[in-house]
Design a protein around this ligand. Structure first.
Ligand code: SIN
Length: 474
């Protein structure tokens, strides 16, 4: 399939050329696949200008009209799902089947937002004085600066843009420079769907510079970001002066607990499905796997058997289920976590071989010590670090001994334990006997250093709305 790349800035409905370019590589081959636009500072400001002008009209567009336009964008995404999936695989590396699943996931946020655009209703509250009426209604926050990561080049873009524009906001999007092609393609489809020029603007370039401009410009009223905790803190500080609304979906270090009474087959299937999604490169995948002493050896052996069946390779090849890591730096980090854990006493139980390029064999470490790097840092790769525990109190304290609090998982059949763990584990999202947390219908987000704000569900729309109260005496 020959793909036509969009490679220019998208400002006010026009494709704008730049002098400087960014190189986009295929992580499976390390070959260059495109040169895309590198914005100058004044072009980022032009994008904010365009969003400012478009906001005047867009916020007043009838909710039903907005809903229809956004729904048309969803239809076009589904119509072009194969092309989008191929772009995702080319620039991000995940296997084609997974990339297709991401397109469907991405489109679900657009569909949800289109449906909700018509349901941003206010309320009348009984008067607190004679002859008065209290009205509470919702207004768009204004211009939104959105910064999205490389691990979900489509879904993180739509999870931000779709609710923002459904709420009546306009947007300047900066997708990850490693994976901009999918975002450009989606912006093009939005324009083809008839969404007005200036509502969605897209810039790529010097990421810290763009983040700084979006943070400092007082016209931008909200920043929504998915990425590392370090960058999230910089954006937070950079936006403080203009007191912007913020949604920060940051790093994770999810505990995955297998209790002695767990259904081990289900726990195994859940662990592999979550951990191996995008080759371990998701914020919500298990990083610390705590297995009860009674089932530890059996579970490790079951895991080894399953991982041995997984084919690693170029995601465009039909039978490949594990693609490459995004780049060499990512591979170095995974290897560092393996070496560190082994220095502290862990044993290599499966994998560990160095494959060519950015590929890495899924790896199991057993008897990992609680002071290992993997216990407190996000690995972002196919490393299964198996810790052992003996009591509920012990594992609860280990699970919470992390600065992060995005996702957590546990498998057990004991309902008292379910209630206790559900209440006491510090995380924004908890999977109990299941790992499938990612969907448009629920609020996605974390606590502690994993950030704040929610994406998806009705709450996701309210992140882009200001509450207005008016008192009326008749
Ligand atoms: C992420 O890794 O940040 C997002 C994962 C998801 O939406 O499932």
């Amino acid at each position: 399939m020959q793909l036509e790349f969009k490679d220019k800035l998208f400002i006010n409905g026009k494709w704008i050329e730049t002098e400087k370019k960014i190189v986009v590589n295929n992580p499976a081959t390390n070959q260059v696949i495109a040169y895309v636009a590198h914005a100058e500072a004044n072009q980022v400001i032009q994008a904010i200008d365009a969003a400012e002008t478009a906001l005047i009209k867009w916020r007043k567009v009838l909710a039903k009209t907005k809903a229809n336009l956004i729904m048309e964008w969803c239809h076009l995404m589904l119509k072009h799902q194969n092309e989008i999936a191929r772009l995702i695989t080319l620039e991000c590396g995940k296997p084609l089947k997974e990339a297709l699943a991401e397109v469907i996931y991405a489109a679900s946020f657009v569909q949800w937002a289109a449906e909700q655009a018509k349901r941003i209703d206010g309320v009348i509250i009984s008067g607190h004085l004679d002859d008065v009426e209290n009205k509470v209604h919702y207004e768009p926050v204004g211009i939104v600066g959105a910064i999205t990561p490389w691990n979900f080049p489509a879904a993180m873009v739509t999870r931000k843009i779709a609710p923002a524009i459904a709420a009546g906001c306009t947007i300047v999007l900066k997708p990850a420079e490693l994976t901009p092609l999918t975002a450009y393609y989606l912006a093009d489809l939005a324009s083809k769907a008839g969404i007005m020029p200036g509502v969605i603007n897209l810039v790529t370039g010097d990421a810290p510079q763009i983040g700084r401009i979006l943070g400092e410009d007082a016209r931008v009223r909200k920043i929504t970001f998915t990425g590392s905790t370090k960058v999230g803190k910089t954006l937070f500080a950079g936006s403080a002066n203009s007191l912007k609304r913020m949604s920060l979906e940051l790093g994770g270090n999810a505990p995955f607990i297998v209790f002695e009474d767990a259904n081990l087959e289900e726990a195994l299937a859940g662990l592999i499905a979550s951990k191996m999604r995008n080759c371990g490169q998701t914020c919500i995948c298990p990083n610390r796997i705590y297995v009860h002493k009674q089932v530890y050896t059996k579970f490790a052996a079951m895991l080894k058997d399953e991982l041995a069946k997984m084919k690693v390779g170029n995601g465009l090849d039909a039978d490949v289920v594990v693609g490459p890591l995004i780049n060499q730096a990512a591979k170095v980090k995974v290897k560092m976590h393996i070496n560190d854990a082994m220095t502290k006493g862990a044993q290599l139980y499966f994998g560990g071989s160095d494959l060519a390029g950015n590929f890495m064999q899924p790896t199991i470490l057993i008897n990992v010590a609680p002071n290992s790097q993997v216990a407190y840092e996000e690995t972002f790769g196919p490393l299964f670090a198996l810790f052992q525990f003996e009591s509920d109190e012990e594992v609860l304290s280990l699970a919470n001994a992390s600065e992060y609090g995005l996702a957590a998982y546990f498998y057990t059949q004991n309902y008292k334990r379910i209630n206790k763990m559900r209440n006491d584990i510090e995380a924004g999202m908890i999977g109990i006997n299941s790992v499938y947390l990612s969907t448009d219908v629920v609020p996605f987000g974390g606590v502690k250093s994993s950030g704040f704000g929610r994406e998806g569900s009705q709450l996701g729309i309210y992140e882009f709305l200001n509450t207005k109260y008016s008192l009326y005496k008749y």
